[in-house]
Design a protein around this ligand. Structure first.
Ligand code: NJP
Length: 227
């Protein structure tokens, strides 16, 4: 089909896996992140004629607006946006973590998602589009002292509040809430983790439902290991 899917944080992990899965489904893709070298390599792999690469720092509104303008110039419409860019936590709890490192995380995980929405919503309203957000299992659970978890609770809140804002427009909002996934998010490969393609499959499921089906939330966690 001819739908256009925009993915932030498409240069690695869950975003890149989702780009691969969506390309197989026939989507046209807008791939955005800071690492344009990685995005260009991915576009080559997927067939560059159906892929637009955008340099994007999600914390910069100018980048977000340029991305949307380029996407509309290239493909004429945006049908779905996967606001997936995010970064991980800092060692230590609220008592001892390096508070300077909280700033980038909150700017990326919370403010950056808000900017992506603000930049994309006018185009999405025209297409009665679909918004997907990468929250986290950590955005529903209590993790002692974790500012990362708190940032993902904020993403959960964005998803819920956005759905209310968009009520009556025919638009849909899906929160994708992964547990542990083996991606470059971690310095060391985690044990008992999901693969990035497991989350991509969930995104494709939500995207491929008929218009009257709004998959609100998908919590996807690895099967617990045997005791
Ligand atoms: O990690 P990784 P994941 N502007 O590091 C991009 C959430 N999550 O796939 O800019 C623009 O491979 C970065 O691109 P680049 C997690 O919180 C994960 O696991 O080139 N883009 C890269 O493409 C996050 O929201 C797990 O560096 C920025 C991507 O984000 C999402 O899943 C569990 C950016 C990160 O890819 C994808 O993470 C969970 C910026 N300022 C939630 N900063 C897990 N892995 O276990 C970063 O519950 N990016």
């Amino acid at each position: 089909h001819k739908s256009v899917l925009l993915i932030t944080g498409a240069s690695s992990g869950i975003g890149a896996a989702t780009a691969r899965a969506a390309a197989r489904e026939g989507y046209k893709l807008v791939l955005a992140a800071r690492s344009t070298d990685k995005l260009t390599a991915l576009a080559q792999e997927l067939g560059p004629e159906n892929v637009l690469v955008c340099a994007l720092d999600v914390t910069q509104m100018d980048d977000q607006r340029a991305m949307v303008n380029e996407a509309l110039e290239t493909f004429g419409q945006i049908d779905a946006v996967f606001a997936n860019a995010g970064c991980g936590g800092t060692p230590g709890g609220f008592s001892e973590a390096d508070h300077e490192r909280w700033k980038d995380m909150i700017l990326t995980n919370v403010y950056g998602v808000g900017l992506t929405l603000q930049a994309c919503l006018p185009a999405l309203k025209r297409s009665k589009g679909h918004v997907l957000l990468t929250g986290s299992a950590a955005g529903r659970a209590t993790i002692p002292g974790s500012m990362y978890s708190a940032s993902k609770w904020a993403v959960t809140g964005i998803g819920y509040n956005l759905r209310e804002e968009l009520r009556g427009t025919g638009m849909r909002v899906t929160l994708i809430e992964p547990g542990m996934v083996d991606t470059p998010f971690f310095d060391e490969p985690p044990e008992h983790a999901l693969a990035d393609r497991d989350i991509a499959n969930a995104v494709i499921y939500a995207l491929s439902q008929p218009a009257h089906v709004d998959v609100n939330e998908m919590l996807i966690r690895p099967t617990p290991p045997l005791a």
